[in-house]
Design a protein around this ligand. Sequence first.
Ligand code: SF4
Length: 252
Amino acid sequence: MATRKKPAKKKSRKPAKRGKMVPRKVIVAKKIPARAGSAAGTNPQRVAAILAKLDEAYPNATCELKHENAFQLLISTILSAQCTDVRVNQVTQELYKKYAKPEAFAYANPAELEKEIRPTGFFRNKTKAVMGASKAIVEKFGGQVPRTMEELLTLPGVARKTANVVLGTAYGIASGIVVDTHVIRLSQRLDLTRNEDPKKIEQDLMAVIPRNKWIQFSHQLIWHGRRVCAARKPRCAECNLETLCYAKDKTV
Ligand code: SF4
């Protein structure tokens, strides 16, 4: 009996095995630590929670430099560089009686003015800035403090911080966010920025804080910095932002 040939095995179309099967690796999403990326610190819910806590603690925060008009606020802000608001207020109490208008500062006796503002520190540079800014206001802006960032930045001794103080507090114009030493420290501690440069910090904050909060937000951070979140020993046990704060130098 003739034997039937076994049909040849069909070649498998499966790709040849290249070695032992390894079970597919299960990738478990890592929990993103709060400081792992800018989004962790600045997601809208977290920012809204910070703003709500600041509103709760400082509903009436405002500028602590005493002033009666935009011009006085400008001069006080120039004098407040590297000086406390309390000291500036002591000096300006008499100063604004003697120098009642921009013209008085613009054409003042520099040696006399230096003596009068000496307690605020850096009095030579501040005298130049105060007189230069006043002269420009009188001669270029008809005696009125300008209302735009661009124009304010043309005044001697005026950078973005001073311009933002004047625009926000005196005119209610939100052109940017005041970034002073307190705002730098707190926005870093609260992980709203990873930058050191004030201009970049301002950009970071402007990107995450709603514009209608810009003016109040900087007043509130400054108040919090002065009252609770001090540079050396922050009083974290008394801080209503504690659960939202990732600062490495927290004291609780
Ligand atoms: S918890 Fe401490 S470090 Fe953080 S914001 Fe409050 S006071 Fe400042």
